[in-house]
Design a protein around this ligand. Structure first.
Ligand SMILES: Nc1ncnc2c1ncn2[C@@H]1O[C@H](COP(=O)(O)OP(=O)(O)OP(=O)(O)O)[C@@H](O)[C@H]1O
Ligand SMILES: Cc1cn([C@H]2C[C@H](O)[C@@H](COP(=O)(O)O)O2)c(=O)[nH]c1=O
Length: 215
């Protein structure tokens, strides 16, 4: 049986806990017989991973940062995302354009109209715009995220930002979520098990995976 492709993204501030559920998400779709392409942004292709290293390690002005993020995204879309969707696969992507509006738009205070123009250029798909079908937004207070990240790993350029930066990023996500029905808010303050239960339930509720046997 063939399926239409499904583009699913995970979003949230650094340390919100989204990557902790990627293995289980992949396993959930695989168990349903779906082929999963698991990827991330910035990154997902050799060129985009090179750009990722620059974006995450070098100081730059917000326009330069935005241009590099969208350059990486364009390559990722052309090389990985579009072909996988055309093959009917599930594309499981750790961050996408919502992160740009949250981090560069709200976090850096960069002009969202310019971001929207870059989005049109990078994500044009026929007459429409390539967008995720579903976005799992892991919502967590910046103070808790910072506590979780402390000691977990060496902070990168973004993770080293003050908590006020992440308050703006979180506000950016909340604004995006309020404007797009594809967003599902996950209360990421709960235990890993409780967070996973919300993720699984939301996928069942949206009809992207079958009902759980225990229900
Ligand atoms: N529900 C949870 N409760 C407590 N700690 C958690 C929970 N989920 C994840 N963590 C821990 O919090 C830290 C950040 O988790 P994770 O790497 O999944 O976040 P992330 O959203 O992917 O972050 P980033 O975007 O910065 O990579 C890890 O040390 C992880 O083990
Ligand atoms: C896609 C995207 C990402 N970022 C930032 C957000 C994170 O701090 C890093 C990626 O690190 P992760 O551990 O893989 O989450 O990049 C951004 O600023 N703008 C974007 O568009």
């Amino acid at each position: 049986m063939t399926h239409p492709g499904l583009f699913l993204t995970l979003e949230g501030i650094d340390g919100a806990g989204k990557s902790s559920h990627l293995d289980a998400l992949e396993a959930l779709f695989t168990a349903e017989g779906r082929v999963v392409t698991r990827t991330r942004e910035p990154g997902g292709t050799p060129l985009a991973e090179t750009l990722r290293t620059m974006i995450l390690t070098q100081a730059m002005d917000p326009l330069t940062e935005s241009l590099l993020v969208f350059a990486a995204r364009r390559d990722h879309i052309v090389q990985v995302i579009e072909p996988a969707l055309a093959r009917g696969e599930v594309v499981l992507c750790d961050r996408f354009t919502d992160a740009t509006f949250a981090y560069q738009g709200e976090g850096r205070g960069f002009d969202k109209a310019v971001l929207a123009t870059l989005e049109q250029w990078a994500q044009a798909r026929g007459g429409a715009l390539l967008q995720p079908a579903l976005t799992l937004w892991f919502d967590l207070a910046p103070e808790i995220a910072a506590e979780r990240l402390a000691g977990a790993r060496l902070p990168d350029k973004f993770e080293s930002q003050p908590v006020e930066f992440f308050r703006r990023v979180a506000r950016g996500y909340a604004e995006r979520a309020a404007a797009a029905p594809r967003f599902v808010r996950i209360d990421a303050s709960r235990s890993r098990e409780q967070v996973w239960a919300q993720v699984e339930a939301s996928l069942v509720q949206r009809g992207v995976v079958g009902r759980k046997r225990s229900q």
